[in-house]
Design a protein around this ligand. Structure first.
Ligand code: SF4
Length: 485
């Protein structure tokens, strides 16, 4: 998997030091959440649509083997090919070997998170096949040798001036070419048009695959998805094995909630439904489209998730709303998560798919406020799964010793009222000794991580239990003195 190996603390410290990034995150996510509210507001009974979408996802995943078989049968009946890849290596090998066997030298690519997950571009490039991203954001990420920072808005971390500099350095843009965003977009269109014309293979993602028809659907706001799937002679669609819906009617429900949750649009500008290679009559190919159509169904840890307590995370339709609403994402952005899937979805999906060994920090990257669950179009209970993963981490000994020891001590004292009172009184006295004006500016040892970015209030001189006892005593006295009240 494509991951940033640096420690989580280092990545977040870098992100927190970037004032521009935090300003951009705040501005963009505030705007996009407003669009989402408006988009769902235009859909009568939108909560009912969300419930229905959740039921479809739950039913599909409970019957995934059946629907995958039905889908594969329908694709093959139309002359397409289906390959199940248990691992990232198998998925990459299938596409690479196919490209080599067909003499492919240039592949154009639509936006696809699963290809990021398996680092398909890197593997194809190493086999001598040039790959060009054609979604504008992904194209910029590729030119910058960077990584997407959001699953829907891959360059939300970049300014337009950074993109202008990049275009000048990498594709010889003139000042006129980069005068404004529209000019830069036009330049990218001109460059990418040439790549589409010359490409031998188009590689797309798949927002939803429809079991009953063997169709794959891509939702984009640029025409690149349509060009990728129709112009080159070979089309390869890469899909995570959970991205399936049973029927076209079910697809309609998912489309109603996807774009509204992602960008606030009723639908994305292009919703492409691909039904296989162009038909052949004997030796003659008829109509438009590629000569060959291949679908690679990628597992890469999903079966393991399906069998775990985090199976619900596979309901995800990759709208990005949970990122946009997450207070942690607002502060650190996508790169700090270090994995392909950032934000709340990634904090569950990545460790659930690939284990806690490398990713035990991610479930901690949450305040558990529940905002992600509230905005999710399919109502995934992300906080529940974050807690489960945290518990798993503790059981595997991932929790720092001082945290485990501290919690054990708290539990020990918590069930012994006398000890709890004494410890509380000592802690209150110590905190008041450290405080200036009622606030502690610097805590000792591991606790200093808290006061590095905020002050800590000194504990109250009188504990809650003492006040409660005082209030009870005062109440009894009051009742005795004023029995009529
Ligand atoms: S978890 Fe829900 S809100 Fe987050 S990306 Fe997936 S579908 Fe969207």
């Amino acid at each position: 998997m494509n991951v940033d190996e640096r420690p989580f603390a280092q990545r977040t410290a870098e992100a927190l030091a970037d004032a521009h990034l935090r300003h951009t995150l705040r501005t963009v996510t505030t705007a996009i959440l407003g669009y989402r509210r408006a988009g769902l507001g235009r859909l009568p009974a939108s909560d009912g649509w969300r419930d229905h979408a959740r039921r479809i996802r739950a039913h599909t995943l409970a019957n995934l083997d059946r629907y995958l078989d039905q889908f594969a049968g329908a694709v093959e009946a139309r002359g397409g090919h289906v390959h199940y890849a248990a691992t990232a290596a198998e998925a990459v090998a299938y596409v690479r070997d196919l490209a080599i066997a067909r003499g492919v030298r240039l592949a154009v690519k639509g936006k696809s998170m699963v290809t990021e997950e398996i680092d398909l571009n890197g593997h194809l490039e190493r086999a001598g096949i040039r790959v060009v991203e054609t979604d504008l954001g992904e194209y910029i990420v590729q030119l910058a040798d960077d990584r997407p920072s959001h699953i829907v808005m891959p360059i939300m971390h970049m300014t337009r001036h950074q993109v202008a500099d990049l275009f000048k350095r990498k594709i010889g843009a003139t000042e006129e070419d980069v005068a404004d965003i529209a000019s830069m977009t036009q330049l990218a269109r001109r460059v990418l048009r040439e790549e589409f014309v010359n490409a031998d293979m188009g590689i797309s993602g798949c927002n939803f695959a429809v079991a009953e028809t063997g169709s794959i659907t891509t939702c984009t706001n640029e025409g690149n998805g349509r060009l990728t799937t129709t112009m080159p002679r070979i089309h390869v669609a890469m899909m995570g094995m959970e991205r399936i819906v049973p029927t076209v009617a079910d697809l309609g429900v998912m489309l109603q909630v996807l774009a509204r949750s992602a960008t606030g649009q009723n639908l994305t500008v292009y919703t492409n439904v691909v039904n296989g290679p162009r038909p052949r009559e004997g030796d003659r190919a008829e109509g438009d489209g590629p000569d060959e159509f291949h679908v690679v169904i990628v597992d890469n840890g999903r079966s393991r998730v399906l069998a775990s307590g985090q199976a619900e995370i596979l309901y995800c339709i990759r709208c990005g709303a949970c990122l946009n609403t997450c207070p942690v994402f607002h502060q650190i952005g996508g790169h700090a998560y270090g994995s392909v899937y950032p934000g709340p979805i990634g904090s569950v999906l990545t460790p659930a798919m690939h284990g806690m060994e490398k990713f035990d920090d991610l479930p901690q990257a949450s305040t558990l406020c529940g905002a992600c669950r509230d905005v999710c179009p399919v109502r995934i209970d992300i906080p529940r799964m974050l807690l489960e993963l945290r518990a798993k981490g503790v059981a595997q000994g991932k929790s720092p010793l001082w945290v485990t020891a501290g919690i054990r001590a708290f539990v020990f004292a918590g069930v012994r009222p006398g000890l709890f009172r004494t410890a509380g009184a000592l802690a209150a006295r110590a905190s008041r000794m450290l405080a200036r004006g009622g606030w502690i500016r610097r805590l000792p040892g591991h606790l200093s991580a808290w006061t590095r970015s905020r002050d800590f209030p000194a504990l109250a001189a009188t504990s809650f239990q003492e006040r409660w006892e005082d209030a009870k005593t005062a109440g009894v006295r009051d009742n005795r003195e004023n029995p009529a009240r």
